[in-house]
Design a binder for this molecule. Sequence first.
Ligand code: GMT
Length: 362
Amino acid sequence: MKIGIVCYPTFGGSGVVACELGLSLAKEHEVHFISYACPPRLETDNCRILYHRVDIPPYPLFEYSPYTLALASKIIDVIEHNHLDIIHVHYVIPHAASAYLAKKALVARTKIVTTLHGTDVQLLGLDPSYKPIVEFSMENSDSLTAVSEFLKKETQEKFSITRPITVIPNFVDPEKYKRTSRGEEKIICHISNFRPLKRVADVVRIFGMIVKKVNSKLYLIGEGPTKHPAQRLAEKLGLGEKVCFRGNVRDVSRILGKSDLFLLPSQQESFGLAALEAMSSEVPVVATKVGGLPEVIRHGKDGYLAEVGDLETMAEYCLKILTDEDLAEKMGKKARVRVLEKFTTDKVVPRYVSLYRRTLSS
Ligand code: GMT
């Protein structure tokens, strides 16, 4: 097949899923990435992977450049020159609308698959500024997927769509995400885009409670608007060199491989890809009981789940894991087994391929 993938080239989960999917598909198919910059994980010499940059010409009349139109035009161009069978867009806004426009402008029979990732429908998509077109572009995709049962249900409840939604979860390559070494000093890790809904301040406060009792260090990976407030909070709590803000890291597998605990106290999470990467690396996760996280982490088996904002309980769970080697070992191993059973690239990518085939024959 010839498959076009439209995604954000950022460090966020939807871009990562799109890249890993494309890299895996390219073992057998031709894959064309379309975005305004080359996605960070797309380093490959596989000539079945092609990248097409969307150019947004500046024009003094526009306060906001119309990216949706530039993307639609690029999709048309890529379809016409490469005869794509499928356009798979990740994140509805504005990708699904651009794909719809491109499809309408062409006689080609290219089909659109849209993957819902979370904030595109749960947060941004519900805003009246976007909702009608989000609803329309979901309904008019040829196939729709969501990354968790939670997100599917939530979308069906909040939007008037009749188009069925297939759940296909996030996935990881267990060969890449695996345990390496562990040291005397415990490493606690958090990875996110530092948006308010990630509650990074909670990570710092929980760590403040842990470090009083366990020799440990906190690695915070990512960039975003709540990074500076979190840095100031760490200083105020006197955590100093015990907290390491690492910024965006291209390959998080090395840090996860030597981590002892992963913290994800999000307000909202449709799946939690970073938690899955930690689990594959045999790292127990302490997270919130929200969204799709309970579909990934089983409370008391491969991690612990608590209510949003319940920092005392989360700190208690963290201390349980950090002070009991046996428990940590068992939980880490169970987490990896869960990943191997349900969430590996080899198990999940064929589900997208089957969906493409069903979509093409419909
Ligand atoms: O986590 C983020 O805010 C980034 C966001 C994205 O769209 O890039 O992630 C969403 O998609 C990921 C991949 O499917 C999911 O694993 C994340 O749970 C989801 N984030 C939220 O729902 C907040």
